[in-house]
Design a protein around this ligand. Structure first.
Ligand code: C2E
Ligand code: MG
Ligand code: MG
Length: 616
């Protein structure tokens, strides 16, 4: 049983090569007994064949054999990578001289001598096989290791590839964000942030090279709001895209330009020596924009106001250039639409003064620096006092009295006209109430100027109602004066508001008539009571035939529309006579009285009442 167990265990396959058959038998028996599987051959050639057919774990190889020595066999084995790992133990007779160096040189692992010492054979064979197994294990481990390294490398490569992909996707997203941060979505043009960077660079260049100049053009489309309001924002957007296109074609490709927002564009002209070059660019742009735009079968005409700055190293910050070019653009707008203006330092001073006026105006409201005067309005047929026009004044703490023509436009731009306007209205209504109580016989009317901005005040009617109600004044004693532009700019709401004025019997007059451009069809449609002829026509009517005809036409127009005509700015008896001859109904002006402080106005009523009584 025990023996069977040893045999079946097979401790290793051994090929025994010896030309002496007795040796072969002896060794085979010995090794088989100790659990090895053996084969035996008696020549070198047979050994090589047997190994080829089935490689053993170990070869016991006799050195001295006819035809082919053990050394030669071993050399052949070791030269072939498939057979080279097989361990070779040489066998030699005791009387033979073993060339140990040669034995190891040709690749032998060990040698044993005949006659055989059983224990030695087994130990040497065991050692070699153990060594073989260890080597095989190492080879296997190495192979496993290599496979793992290969796997890991492949994994790493895949991860790396994924990472690269992610990085490139992130880069793309980042690029998209950067593009968005520096470009306008609608026109695709660079935006303010982008432009400011370029302006900064241009400024740095001229600071390093003080002989250089560059120019900045600031462009604002005129009356763009009308396009948006009348044709809708989509058409407005299309128009902006077309404007951007025309700008592009009218500029040199290297010139940078951007959309600042809304209908504002800005251009940077580098390497400009003279202001003439910048002016030429502005003219080219205006020329390009002057041709009609075609959007949805609609022909749209558009102008642009352009401010120009020629910048040198005197500028410290890009913001200052932007400020000045903006000022120049506003100046261009003031001069009429479709103009350009080159910035000069006077403009800056004016802008600063205006800024000061704005902040003074804010303070003036809280510190109650306003007061009102009343200018009498007289019936030109019988000199009866019809009423007064309320005119606001500003008593500035340092600058003295400031005329409304100076501060009303600022108040309108800043929105401060709303509180100021309501205050004037309340004062006027209260004053009239006082007069009504004082002079019950006089049937007076108070006129109050209403700014175009007040027309868009959402709670205007509510506030007027409040004032009338709290003072206890009837709407028919109040006349509101608005300009033609107030009517034309708010066409959508104006009809509604005017109708509501009528419901309250509030009278409505158009001020400065003849200076704006109202359409006759609107005049006819709106419930207007009075046309007030502008002072410029009245003051020149005796000198200029043309003005006389205009005055005549306005009076005729008023009468044909069922309105009354009021002339303002009557200063001389000649003017008065002319107006009377033309059938003008009412008049006001220095000839009768300047705008009066309340006490003086009261005195005026007293005198007028007495005059009437005397006349009776
Ligand atoms: P307006 O409503 O056309 O007022 C008439 C202007 O002509 C007043 O100027 C008045 O003083 C002036 N004036 C009247 N008669 C004569 C005259 O015979 N000769 C000359 N040379 N001038 C005469 P003022 O008070 O300087 O007001 C100017 C403008 O300011 C007003 O023109 C009006 O548009 C505006 N304004 C005045 N007060 C108010 C107000 O309370 N609210 C609003 N929104 N605007 C006001
Ligand atoms: Mg007026
Ligand atoms: Mg007027």
């Amino acid at each position: 049983m025990m023996r069977k167990a040893i045999i079946s265990q097979n401790k290793g396959n051994i090929l025994i090569v010896d030309d002496v058959a007795a040796n072969l038998r002896l060794l085979a028996e010995l090794l088989t007994k100790h659990g090895y599987k053996t084969r035996g051959v008696t020549s070198g050639q047979a050994a090589l064949k047997a190994i080829q057919a089935q490689p053993p774990d170990l070869v016991l190889l006799d050195i001295n054999m006819p035809h082919m020595s053990g050394y030669e066999v071993c050399q052949v084995l070791k030269s072939n990578p498939e057979t080279s790992p097989i361990a070779v133990i040489f066998i030699s007779a005791l009387d033979e001289v073993v060339d140990k160096v040669k034995a190891f040189d040709v690749g032998g692992s060990d040698y044993i001598t005949k006659p055989f010492e059983v224990g030695e054979i087994l130990v040497r064979i065991d050692n070699q096989l153990g060594l073989q197994r260890a080597k095989a294990e190492i080879r296997q481990l190495n192979a496993q290791l290599e496979a793992r390294v290969r796997d890991r490398t492949a994994q790493l490569e895949a991860t790396n590839q994924k990472l690269q992909q992610e990085i490139s996707e992130r880069q793309k997203a980042q690029d998209r964000l950067t593009h968005l941060a520096f470009h306008c979505v609608l026109t695709g043009l660079p935006n303010r942030a982008w432009f400011m960077q370029h302006l900064e660079n241009a400024l740095q260049t001229v600071q390093k090279n003080p002989q250089l100049r560059f120019a900045v053009l600031f462009l604002d489309c005129d009356r763009f709001k009308i396009v948006n309001d009348s044709l809708g924002h989509l058409v407005g957007d299309r128009l902006l895209v077309d404007v951007a296109q025309r700008l592009k074609y009218s500029l040199h490709p290297v010139e940078t330009f951007a959309r600042l927002g809304g209908d504002e564009f800005i251009v940077l002209l580098e390497d400009v020596d003279t202001i003439q070059q910048a002016i030429q660019a502005a003219e080219t742009i205006q020329n390009a924009l002057s041709k009609p735009f075609q959007i949805n079968d609609q022909e749209i005409y558009l102008n642009a106001s352009i401010g120009i700055v020629l910048a040198s190293n005197k500028y410290q910050k890009p913001e200052h250039i932007l400020r000045d070019v903006d000022t120049a653009m506003y100046r261009a707008k003031e001069l009429g639409k479709g103009c350009y203006q080159v910035f000069d330092s006077n403009m800056h001073h004016k802008a600063m003064a205006r800024l000061q006026l704005e902040s003074d105006l804010r303070r003036a409201i809280s510190s109650q620096e306003f007061y009102v005067c009343y200018q009498p309005i007289v019936n030109l047929n019988n000199y009866d006092l019809f009423g007064f026009e309320t005119l606001v004044r500003w008593q500035h703490s340092q600058k003295g009295t400031i005329s409304p023509s100076q501060f009303i436009p600022v108040a309108e731009d800043t929105g401060l006209i709303l509180p100021i306007g309501l205050w004037v209205l309340r004062e006027a209504c209260q004053q009239l109430k006082n007069w009504q109580q004082q002079f019950s016989t006089a049937n007076l009317c108070i006129s109050v100027n209403l700014s175009v901005k007040q027309f868009s005040q959402v709670d205007l009617l509510e506030r007027i109602d409040q004032i009338l109600h709290s003072i206890g004044l009837h709407g028919s004693s109040l006349k509101l004066e608005i300009t033609e532009s107030a009517l034309m700019e708010n066409l959508t709401t104006v009809q509604q508001i005017l109708t509501q004025f009528k419901e309250r019997q509030i009278l409505l007059g158009i001020d400065d008539f003849g200076t704006g451009y109202s359409s006759l069809s609107y005049l006819n449609r709106f419930p207007v009571d009075t046309l007030k002829i502008d002072r410029s026509f009245v003051s020149q009517m005796c000198q200029s035939q043309e003005n006389l005809e205009i005055v005549q036409a306005i009076i005729a127009l008023a009468h044909s529309l069922g309105m009354v005509a009021v002339a303002e700015g009557i200063e001389t008896p000649e003017q008065l006579q002319q107006l009377q001859a033309l059938g003008c109904d009412f008049g006001q002006g220095y000839y009768f009285a300047k705008p009066l402080l309340p006490e003086k106005a009261t005195q005026f009523i007293i005198n007028n009442v007495q005059l009437t009584i005397n006349n009776v």
